[in-house]
Design a protein around this ligand. Structure first.
Ligand SMILES: C[S@@+](CC[C@H](N)C(=O)[O-])C[C@H]1O[C@@H](n2cnc3c(N)ncnc32)[C@H](O)[C@@H]1O
Length: 496
């Protein structure tokens, strides 16, 4: 089949008719083709043509794509989400469903010492495995206890973390009135269940969630939790997960268009795959992304995984996606992500009853997981970014890539705050970035210099852009990094 001829024929027919069946096109081609063949060839061109395709029996309907309208939050939804995020406990019915599932699978009482011992072993084994080099990990979740351990230890934190990420999308107007979500590497349904839970804050938004997972044990757990928690009956449809490998990006059983595509704590598990391969997988799914849709990738905050996410993000940027958040490319340059360890955090969750029971032993700290710390990136196809800035010449701002030429001098820089406080009881320290630096740069504020003129560095949120005026550049040879000292004579302001 001549792909060029197919594309130009489809373009011509679409300009004359609002909708048609793809099989009709075959008659105009020099070499006839099946609907499936034409669909596969057309898929990469749909965005440029402004068309979308829906499978209808053995054929495909082609029509002009109309972007789904955004879902702006009203004041009461904003308020509800605010108090929802303050609640640090897992929804009680979900917590109960997790405990119930563990009891069902083991056939034993929830406080049975043998079950608790095996759960502890599974948790420790999972943590040990995580710290092995990626190629040497054996995370497959094929054994019952590995999934039960995941439910007891990881699920609560990842579920609550997803609440914060969904709130960010909602507050930024990136949710839609009716949206299709695709969750890759769903595990026991952390993201789909969190979506169903979050949508209860919204007055009328609807969502359909599709997911892919390769572990049967996880799929079974997902089914149980979806059935036994209050999420059913909301305006969210959770499709049963597809048992498949996420590396198969062409899976025909998945929706052709998605408004939100999520990879939560999964890409780091594609052991041994180089960054190019991981980027190809994400780009494979990006073909399904609606022109105004978002890809969300989340990884644990630990240094190697977190830095790996930044390297992957740049690879995706170079392949044509734009980084919406948390990074801001102040000078329009590409960054040097190799040493970019940047993550955000949220208040810790309350330990679940299962965690508390597991902790009734000598090394209780090993079984209680309450800290929310994560690295994430949101990517788009439409070039939209959360923040952008115009820098006037009279600001005399210097790129972070040029700070090495200014050691010992006082300068002005515009950069985003890219960490929580990394300092100690004497000094506040924040990682900052403008997208140009080749080495890590930190804003350092000795506590005795803190005052109203520089307070913005403390109160700014993760990713917020700041103007730092009159700050002193110092090189830190121990860490091969630059420290920009904020003193009481410096000015730090939030760039709106
Ligand atoms: C750490 S869990 C994350 C689960 C969930 N997304 C979360 O954030 O809690 C990673 C999941 O990805 C699944 N997974 C890893 N590689 C996969 C692959 N190639 N295809 C499908 N699923 C995969 C694993 O089975 C596991 O359930």
């Amino acid at each position: 089949m001549d792909e060029k001829q197919l594309v130009s024929t489809v373009k011509y027919v679409a300009s004359a008719r609002p909708a048609f069946q793809l099989s009709e096109i075959s008659a105009y081609l020099d070499k006839p083709a099946t609907a499936d063949q034409m669909y596969a060839a057309l898929l990469p061109h749909l965005d440029a043509l402004g068309l979308e395709v829906t499978k209808t029996g053995g054929d495909y309907q082609v029509r002009r794509s109309v972007p789904a309208p955004a879902y702006p939050l009203n004041a009461s939804e904003e308020e509800r989400i605010g108090s929802y995020l303050e609640d640090r406990s897992l929804p009680p019915d979900l917590e109960e469903a997790i405990a119930g599932y563990i009891a069902k699978k083991t056939g034993k009482d929830r406080d049975d010492p043998v079950v608790l011992g095996r759960l502890r072993q599974a948790i420790v084994a999972q943590k040990d495995d995580y710290w092995k080099p990626t190629g040497k990990r054996s995370l497959r979740y094929t054994k019952g206890y590995s999934v039960l351990g995941y439910l007891a230890y990881h699920f609560p934190v990842y579920f609550m973390q997803t609440r914060h990420l969904l709130a960010e999308l909602a507050r930024d107007g990136l949710l839609k009135r009716e949206m299709t979500v695709l969750d890759l590497g769903s595990g026991p349904g952390v993201v789909p269940l969190a979506i169903a839970d979050f949508w209860q804050n919204l007055d009328s938004a609807k969502a359909e969630v599709w997911s892919v997972e390769r572990s049967k044990e996880h799929i079974e757990a997902f089914g149980y939790l979806a059935q036994h928690s209050a999420v059913s009956g909301s305006r969210v449809i959770l499709h049963p997960p597809l048992e498949a490998d996420i590396a198969d990006t062409e899976n025909p059983l998945l929706p052709h268009r998605a408004d939100l595509i999520v990879f939560s704590n999964v890409l780091n598990e594609l052991a041994g795959l180089p960054v190019e391969k991981r980027a190809e997988i994400v780009m494979g799914y990006a073909r399904r992304l609606a022109p105004n849709g978002t890809i969300l990738i989340v990884e644990p905050a630990e240094e190697v995984t977190s830095t790996g996410l930044r390297v992957l993000s740049l690879a995706l940027k170079k392949r044509g996606l734009s980084i919406y958040a948390p990074c801001t490319f102040v000078w329009g340059t590409n960054c040097t992500p190799d040493r970019c360890w940047s993550f955000t955090s949220a208040p810790p969750i309350r330990p679940t009853r299962v965690m508390e029971t597991l902790a009734t032993c000598n090394e209780s700290f090993r079984y209680v997981n309450t800290d929310i710390k994560y690295s994430y990136v949101m990517l788009r196809k439409d070039g939209k970014a959360r923040q952008s800035c115009q820098i006037s010449r009279d600001m005399r701002a210097i790129r972070l890539s040029k700070v090495h030429l200014n050691t010992g001098k006082k300068i002005t820089v515009i950069a985003a705050k890219m960490s929580g406080d990394l300092g100690d009881d004497k000094t506040h320290v924040f990682r900052i970035c403008d997208g140009s630096a080749e080495k890590p740069v930190f804003a350092v504020l000795p506590r005795f210099h803190a005052g109203p003129a520089n307070e913005a560095v403390l109160s700014a949120g993760y990713g917020d852009l700041l103007v730092f005026q009159n700050i002193l550049v110092r090189y830190n040879p121990e860490h091969d990094a630059f420290n920009l000292f904020i003193t009481r004579d410096s000015n730090v302001t939030l760039l709106k």
